[in-house]
Ligand binder design. Structure first.
Ligand code: XLS
Ligand code: NI
Ligand code: NI
Length: 439
């Protein structure tokens, strides 16, 4: 088989003294952390779209990335080359999982029928390569945002034919995900939102979105798809008001429409930033609601108001995010997906490897430090103590549902309120720093 990344050999763990840019310094896949191998704890995932199909184009200029398959004109031959390259890449970077949109892996044809045939042909190739190289599909999804037919949305369009098209497309995408034993199926609401209320029936659009999700659940049950459904919240971009704004919004929506038992969330760091949240906030909201499904770990830029999809290199954020993940008991059927692209100026093929290494080392350290922080217990003990008034006396009554307004009034009316204690934020932040710096 042709080699696509000729300048790069299999990436090895060389340890923190290594100066080799094409080696892991912190990610040792076999290292045990929290009772699991790092590779099982993190389940790193290659995003097909950013790794194989992205070009480096931006609104001001054409693509810059230099790739071995650039010259290929035939769309199906190109799709096959990319699929082979994907497995070479995963083997060399030592990643077991990948994720794709239907249109990443195979080109659209003239009709949906032809498009589905193209997809089947590439999925045949993919299935064989998965078996040969022992790789797994973390999730599949449908691209319902690139083609102009989705200009007004897919499940939230004003055009019933487009709704039907989207349904047929997702039907096929679930079938394909099922065939490849995908562990999850993701809905990111590409254009599910609106620009102006002046032309929008928001109530109908949201009801239709719920109808669409119910149809997906029904169909998955019908064909025996066992994977977990995930919604990926995002507050804006491409539309001004995306319906899946953040985790809390998604949970409210799911409950309103009786969908909460079928869906969890796929939380993206960059989307949390755009929603004005921290990543750890979003993970914690999912965690306390039993809805943490998977993670897209690409970081954004707090100074920029769009989804920059950068490789995650911010160690501090990674520690705090993984701390919440560990508190939730891990990532279950999810993984850590690099929904990240190299910068436009990082156009050489080696940059792809360097970027993944940087992200994998960051999250390896992130989870190791988070585990130590958890084991050390200083933060957890502080929090426990902070809420200790709810473990005895009147606090216990409140928690156990034995109190009401009248009994609480009777209790407090002639009593001095006990003194509040410091929240000690700076002390706690210094403890986090200690764990990071001492590691
Ligand atoms: C876009 C999303 C997208 C999803 C998959 O902002 O992050 O890449 O992860 O459709
Ligand atoms: Ni994403
Ligand atoms: Ni995104």
């Amino acid at each position: 088989m042709k080699e696509y990344f000729c300048n790069v050999q299999k990436i090895k763990f060389e340890g923190r003294e290594s100066k080799n840019p094409l080696a892991f310094k912190y990610y040792d896949a076999e290292e045990m952390v929290g009772g699991k191998k790092l590779k099982d704890q993190l389940r790193f995932t290659m995003s097909y779209w950013h790794t194989l199909t992205a070009s480096g184009a931006d609104p001001f200029g054409v693509g810059t990335y230099v790739r071995e398959w650039d010259a290929e004109q035939d769309p199906m031959k190109l799709a096959k080359m990319r699929m082979e390259a994907a497995f070479e890449f995963m083997n060399k970077i030592d990643i077991d999982y990948f994720a794709f949109h239907d249109r990443d892996i195979a080109p659209e044809g003239k009709s949906l029928e032809e498009t589905n045939r193209n997809l089947d042909e590439i999925v045949d190739l993919c299935e064989g390569l998965m078996k040969k190289h022992n790789k797994k599909l973390l999730w599949g999804t449908a691209n319902m945002f690139t083609n102009p037919r989705f200009v007004h949305g897919a499940a939230t369009t004003c055009n019933a034919d487009v709704f039907a098209y989207a349904a047929a497309q997702v039907k096929k995408a679930i079938e394909v995900t099922n065939r490849l034993d995908g562990e999850n199926y993701v809905f990111w609401g590409g254009r599910e939102g609106y620009e102006t209320l002046l032309n929008t029936n928001m109530g109908l659009e949201q009801d239709n979105l719920a109808r669409f999700f119910h149809m997906a659940v029904d169909y998955a049950q019908k064909i025996g798809f066992k994977g977990q459904f995930l919604i990926e919240p995002k507050p804006k971009e491409p539309t001004k008001h995306q319906y899946d704004f953040d985790t809390a919004t998604v949970l409210g929506f799911l409950r309103k429409y009786d969908l909460d038992k079928y869906f969890k969330v796929n939380i993206e760091a960059n989307h949390a930033t755009l929603a004005g949240h921290t990543y750890e906030h979003e993970i914690a909201v999912a965690g306390i609601n039993g809805a943490l499904g998977s993670l897209d770990i690409n970081q954004g830029d707090p100074n920029l108001g769009w989804d920059t999809d950068q490789f995650p290199t911010n160690l501090y954020d990674a520690v705090l995010a993984m701390y919440q993940v560990l508190k939730c008991g891990g990532i279950a059927s999810g993984g850590l997906n690099f929904d990240s692209k190299v910068r436009r100026a990082s156009f050489e093929a080696d940059d792809l490897f360097i970027a993944y290494i940087a992200g994998m080392d960051t999250f390896a350290q992130g989870v190791k430090i988070a585990q130590k922080l958890l084991d050390g217990g200083e933060i957890e003990n502080f929090v426990k103590e902070r809420y200790s008034s709810f473990t005895t006396g009147i606090g216990k009554d409140i928690v156990e549902g034995k109190a009401d307004f009248e009994s609480l009034e009777k209790y407090i009316i002639n009593k001095d309120v006990s003194a509040n204690k410091s929240g000690r934020q700076e002390m706690l932040e210094a403890i986090v720093n200690k764990y990071i710096l001492n590691d």
